[in-house]
Design a protein around this ligand. Sequence first.
Ligand code: EPZ
Length: 432
Amino acid sequence: MEVLKIRGGNPLRGSITVSGAKNAALPIFAATLLTDEECIIENVPDLSDVRYMAEILQCLGAHVAREGVHGWVFKAENLVSRAPYELVRKMRASVCLMGPLVGRLRQADVSLPGGCVIGPRPIDLHLKGLSKLNCDINISNGYVHIDGRSMRGGDLFLGGRHGPTVTGTANLLMAAVLAPGCTRIESAACEPEIVDLCGMLNAMGANISGVGSHHLTVEGVEKLHGCRYRIISDRIEAGTFLLAGAITGGDLTVSGVRTNHLSALLDKMEEADIETEIIGENSIRVIGAGQRRPVDLITLPHPAFPTDLQAQMCALMSLTPGLSILTEKIYPNRFMHVPELQRMGADISIEGPSAIIKGKDSLSGAPVMASDLRASAALILAGLAAQGETWIQRIYHIDRGYEHIDERLTELGADIARLPASEMPKEMLVEV
Ligand code: EPZ
């Protein structure tokens, strides 16, 4: 087991290039099951979740190989239709295997995903959509059994209590592209990662229109062919680094970003009086020195403020004088980072789906526990700006979504080290 040791106070300076998007890579990997031809995927982030999805595809029968660090080659000739519990339970995103398996094989047996610390992760909208494509679905022994032998295009609505479902949209696109007839998806998710998936599917010969909107139309085709496809950059990693530049009072340029993927964040940074500068087509500079102002924000589906940056904003607003209110509308319980930030002296109270934050002049380093991917990022940001040492345990959460985060932050001037847990002062170590 490893821990991160951070000594706060160093402003981040320099420039960093963003990795490929994890949440595009995962459904795009699944989409390679839709053809028996070779698919080459480029600009893939080197993350544990990505390697794990590749392992699952291999267990389903696909030939999988790497092309350098950030390239992967898939060829799914002989597939099995069962994705077992011991594989699916470890990563919720594997639920998006349902669509390509039923699209390609006309049947799928996929274990129901496990629980998750950020809140309930139902798949009712996924299953409702598959029923509308005339699939027979039954759930038994913790598995979803899908019979797609009579599958055909249909009209789907993917809006739920918390907006459209992202992986639900991915699943239903991957089923519909090989379903005879026309499928219309209303209230589809339009996150950039879904746009990227549509780009890959169309590059494979699919016929999807309305891409980037909440109204997608899919004309089913007989077969899809292989492709070489480059994944978009990770807007959440980019946003995390911009907020790291802000919280440390640094001067940081984040390159390789799609600035139009970060409009909501840049809007909130402007409201907080944080100086940013768009440089050319794909770089953003943040100058963190200067007095910030508190903000109110609500997380909503794209293009509104993304839930995956809420925890990081909590950390920043904990060190921003004034009262900030962050309301979480996608996962109302997504506040596992709050008790850990409070251990560092943050003044945050939770009222229903909102975090009420009274900004402090300083936070103090402390031993804290990572709980999920984005909560871990929030703890790193707080540790970078806190006085003294912060020790973060359970950092396997962070490695799921941020490539070599400690090495890259070190290059920007952070005092951060990845150490064996045995190096942690005994009184701090919590058996994990
Ligand atoms: C994707 O999760 C992302 N994961 C999440 O990122 C992200 O937070 C989320 O979208 C929202 O943007 C991947 O893409 C792998 P949803 P997903 O289905 O697709 C409810 C990260 O940190 N819902 O859009 O699983 C659900 O409970 C991860 O990178 C239903 O009610 O999220 C939630 O409240 C965390 N019924 C809301 O919709 C359903 O059938 C959004 O869920 C499906 C979802």
